[in-house]
Design a protein around this ligand. Sequence first.
Ligand code: FAQ
Length: 326
Amino acid sequence: MYGSAYIDPNDKFANEDNPELMAEFEARIERGEKIEPKDWMPTEYRKQLIRMIEQHAHSEIIGALPEGTWITRAPGFRRKLALMAKVQDEVGHAQLLYSAAETLGKSREDMINDLINGKSKYSNIFNYPALTWADSAVIAWLVDAGAIINQVANSKGSYGPYCRALDRICAEESFHLKYGHDNVVYLATGTKTQRQMVQEALTRWWPPLMHFFGPSDKISVHTEKLMKWKVKMATNDDMRQQFLNMYVPKIWDLGLVIPDPLLRKNEETGKWDYTEPDWEEFKRVINGDGPCNKERLAVRRTAEEKGRWVRAALANADAQYVAPLS
Ligand code: FAQ
């Protein structure tokens, strides 16, 4: 229904025990060459890429939801237009990413089914509610900032279709970041009520933002393998440090308080010290038990059901589907 998935005709060679193919594959990665869909790749590389790109795609469509709820309530026409464009961009990113994942042999239909059945993961951060307009501002500034740090790094990675998708996505995300920053600055330099709103939003979003970069390197499961194959270009802790380095000073400049009493730049190590994020909460949220998981998946399920006739009509597959009147 979503178009046919590409199945690698060379899959019979996808055998990690083949030392020659494996050595050549790893040498290509070492030389900085891109791996393309029809090239030989180990099964585990393919599986890991599908897992990661699919999760990323799901994060983009689910990520459109917390901010999306503010389109009808945006303060003023200019903000409404900008937010609509941003949310539309996020859904477009999902399209690019699903296409990149399809080149590895998993169909879009299977990916969407795995999302709405709760089998696949998506970013922890979109399981929290955007309670006020200030929450949407903090998401657009700081979640997009975190996403850019991750994606700029990984766009230099080894799998061609994913890297090219990330290049395009980052260009758009940088507009989102400017839009979010403008919204936060406006609130942080506004009335007492506006300042309080943005402070409360930051306080709510800080813990999930610290989780956003993934578990600490000590407990991360996939990092070592993904870095060896240049799928991930920095560890979770390195990305978190980069985010703190770039954004803590900017947040402090606005007079906002970050809700972590231990947060400070350690002059000896050159790194940021911070309170260890609550990894038990992180696990609960990514495994389906966050404040909004059920609601997020219910929205996607409904969208899936309501859009079925459109996909059928487009594919001209089944004459029995007739557009509903309402
Ligand atoms: N959320 O071994 P690791 C965006 C899971 S896009 C949920 O360290 P890995 C745009 C992980 O899957 C945001 N689950 O994993 C936007 C694994 O579980 P599994 C999304 C997480 O893959 C902005 C387990 O924990 N970006 O925001 C998370 O090496 C504003 C062990 O973890 C991407 O997806 C998490 N945060 O590193 C849209 C980028 N972290 O699968 C709208 C691509 C970890 O074994 C509005 N992905 N897990 O069951 C990546 O770079 C990596 O996958 C990491 C995690 C860094 C997220």
